[in-house]
Design a protein around this ligand. Structure first.
Ligand code: AHR
Length: 502
C-alpha cells in the first residue's frame, strides 16, 4: 500500500513573482561548449555565421531567457580585445584556467549575434582577475556607447553599428577561489567590485551588476566573504552571485537526491547575510541573488585528467547524465522556485557539451541529455508566480539531513491565471506515493496533462547511440475534480501536472 503526501494549493501561499531569468544558462570558453557546440563552421547544420542550427533549435525549445558569457574561470584571464575585429588578426592565447589554447575565432560580437538567434539575452562577465577597472570601462564603452569615441567607433569599424546595450554584468568570477587567476581576499575584492561598479555606472547608468559571492557553500570563507563584500559594495551592486554543483561520487542515491536541501540551506544563509548587511547599513535597498552556476557535476573528473594540455576545444567536463541526475536537477529547480522572491537570475551551468543538457558530436548529431527535460519543463511551464504547496510528506532519514521529505514540490500560476503547473519529485526509490491535494480555491480547473519522467534504471543515460532512453511521457493519472487533486507519483519520478481553467 503506497504512502500518501498531502498538498494545499492556496492563493495565500504565494512566494513571489518568478523572474524568467531564473531559467538562464551559461556558455563558457571551455571544452566544446563554444567550438563544436554552439559554433562549428562547416557543420552540416551551420548557418552562414557558423552557428549550429540543430543546437539552436534545442536551445530555443527550452526558451532560455539569459546566458552568462564568456566564463567562468576563463574570464579571469580573458582579454576581451582579442575576441573582436577581423578573425585573421585575433591572437591564439594560452588559456590558463583550463590549460587549453584559445583561438578567439568566436568572440564578443559573434556571441551577441548568436544570442539574437537563440532568442536570449546576454549576461556578460568582466575580468577582475588579471585585469580591472580600465578594461571594464573600455569593454562597456565598446559595447554600449552609441559612437563618436575610440572604443565605440572601433565597434563600428568591426561592422556593429548599433550598441549592444548589454544590461547585466558580472563583476568577475569566483574571486574567493584560490584556483582563480587573480584570486583576492574578501576585502580586496569588495573594494575592486565597488570601484569597478562606480566607473561602469559612469559609462552607462542603466546597468545591473552582480558581485561575486562564494564559489560554493563549502568554502572556508563562506559566508564571511558575502558579508565583507557587501559591506564594501552594497550601494553599487544589485545582486550577489551563488555557485554550487552536486554529485553522487559515493553512489549514495538517497543522500544525493536530498542535496536540494543543501541548496536550500545555502540560499537561506545568503539571504540572511544580505539582510544582515542591509540592517547594519540601515539601507532601504534589498540585494537579490543570482544563482549563476548550478548543476550536477562529477561524472567527467577521471576523463578530464587524460586530456593533453594546450589542445584546442578538447572534450572537457563532458558529464554524461543519468536518470537520477535528472531527478536531482528537478529538485534543484524546485528549490530555486521556492525562493523566487529573492532569486532573480539563475544559470544552469552550462548549456552545451560542458556539464550540459545538450550534447553534440563535433561534425555529427546533437541530442538531449536526461537533465534537459526537467529544465525544459520548468522553463516552459514554470512562469508567472510561485506558490508553496504546504507539503506534508512522509520522510526518510539520512546522516547529512535529519528528515528528507519523499515528495519535493512547488506550484506555479501563469500571469493570466489560466494555467497552473505543479512540479513534483518522488524521492522514494521503491514505492509510488499518492498525492491528495486540497485545491478548493481552484475548483474550476482540470488536469490538462500529467507528464512523468521515470526509468527502471537510475543510471540510464541518453547517448549518441541511444538518445531516447530517458524521455518524458504524458502518462500520469492526475485528476482534479470538485477541488480535490489526486495523483500517483511513480517511484523515483519527476512529475509535471498541468492544470487549466475550464
Ligand atoms: O562551470 C565550470 C566552472 O565551474 C566555471 O568555470 C567556474 O566558475 C566554476 O568553478
Amino acid at each position: 500500500m503506497s504512502e500518501t503526501a498531502k498538498i494545499i494549493l492556496h492563493p495565500e501561499l504565494e512566494i513571489g513573482t518568478i523572474d524568467p531569468r531564473i531559467y538562464g544558462s551559461f556558455v563558457e570558453h571551455l571544452g566544446r561548449c563554444v567550438y563544436g557546440g554552439i559554433y562549428e563552421p562547416g557543420h552540416p547544420t551551420a548557418d552562414s555565421e557558423g552557428f549550429r542550427r540543430d543546437v539552436l533549435e534545442l536551445i530555443r525549445a527550452i526558451d532560455v531567457p539569459i546566458v552568462r558569457y564568456p566564463g567562468g574561470n576563463f574570464v579571469s584571464g580573458f582579454n576581451w580585445e582579442d575576441s573582436v575585429g577581423p578573425r585573421e588578426n585575433r591572437p591564439r592565447r594560452l588559456e590558463l584556467a583550463w590549460r587549453t589554447i584559445e583561438t578567439n575565432q568566436f568572440g564578443m560580437n559573434e556571441f551577441m549575434r548568436w544570442c539574437k538567434k537563440a532568442k536570449t539575452a546576454p549576461m556578460f562577465a568582466i575580468n577582475l582577475g588579471t585585469r580591472g577597472i580600465d578594461a571594464a570601462r573600455n569593454i562597456l564603452e565598446y559595447c554600449n556607447h552609441p559612437g563618436g569615441t575610440y572604443w565605440s567607433d572601433l565597434r563600428k569599424s568591426h561592422g556593429v553599428q548599433e550598441p549592444h546595450n548589454i544590461k547585466t554584468w558580472c563583476l568577475g568570477n569566483e574571486m574567493d577561489g584560490p584556483w582563480q587567476l587573480g584570486h583576492k581576499t574578501a576585502h580586496e575584492y569588495g573594494r575592486i567590485a565597488l570601484e569597478t561598479a562606480k566607473v561602469m555606472r559612469q559609462v552607462d547608468k542603466d546597468l545591473e551588476l552582480v558581485a561575486c559571492g562564494s564559489s560554493n557553500s563549502r568554502m572556508p570563507t563562506f559566508p564571511e566573504w558575502e558579508a565583507t563584500v557587501l559591506e564594501h559594495a552594497y550601494d553599487e551592486i544589485d545582486y550577489i552571485s551563488m555557485h554550487n554543483y552536486y554529485g553522487n561520487k559515493e553512489d549514495r542515491t538517497e543522500n544525493y537526491l536530498a542535496q536540494s536541501l543543501d541548496m536550500d540551506n545555502f540560499i537561506r544563509t545568503v539571504i540572511s547575510t544580505c539582510d544582515y548587511v542591509k540592517a547594519r547599513k540601515r539601507s532601504k535597498k534589498t540585494i537579490n541573488l543570482s544563482f549563476d552556476e548550478w548543476n550536477v557535476w562529477f561524472h567527467s573528473g577521471e576523463a578530464d585528467k587524460k586530456i593533453a594540455p594546450w589542445s584546442i576545444a578538447p572534450p572537457q567536463l563532458e558529464d554524461v547524465y543519468t536518470f537520477e541526475d535528472a531527478l536531482v536537477v528537478g529538485c534543484l529547480l524546485i528549490t530555486l522556485l521556492k525562493h523566487a522572491d529573492r532569486i532573480k537570475m539563475a544559470c544552469l551551468a552550462q548549456l552545451v557539451n560542458v556539464i550540459a543538457p545538450i550534447m553534440t558530436e563535433t561534425g555529427g548529431k546533437c541530442w538531449k541529455q536526461t537533465i534537459y527535460y526537467p529544465y525544459y519543463h520548468a522553463s516552459r511551464f514554470g512562469r508567472g508566480r510561485a506558490f508553496d504547496l504546504h507539503i506534508k510528506s512522509p520522510v526518510y532519514h539520512d546522516d547529512q539531513f535529519d528528515a528528507v521529505p519523499y515528495v519535493e514540490g512547488i506550484a506555479t500560476v501563469s500571469d493570466d491565471k489560466q494555467t497552473i503547473t505543479i512540479f513534483a519529485v518522488n524521492r522514494n526509490l521503491k514505492e509510488a506515493i499518492n498525492i491528495e491535494g486540497d485545491c478548493r480555491d481552484y475548483a474550476d480547473y482540470r488536469v490538462l496533462e500529467h507528464i512523468t519522467l521515470t526509468s527502471d534504471d537510475l543510471k540510464a543515460q541518453n547517448t549518441a547511440e541511444n538518445p531516447d532512453r530517458v524521455v518524458p511521457e504524458s502518462n500520469g493519472n492526475a485528476d482534479l475534480s470538485d477541488g480535490k487533486l489526486s495523483a500517483t507519483l511513480p517511484k523515483a519520478s519527476w512529475n509535471v501536472i498541468r492544470l487549466g481553467r475550464v
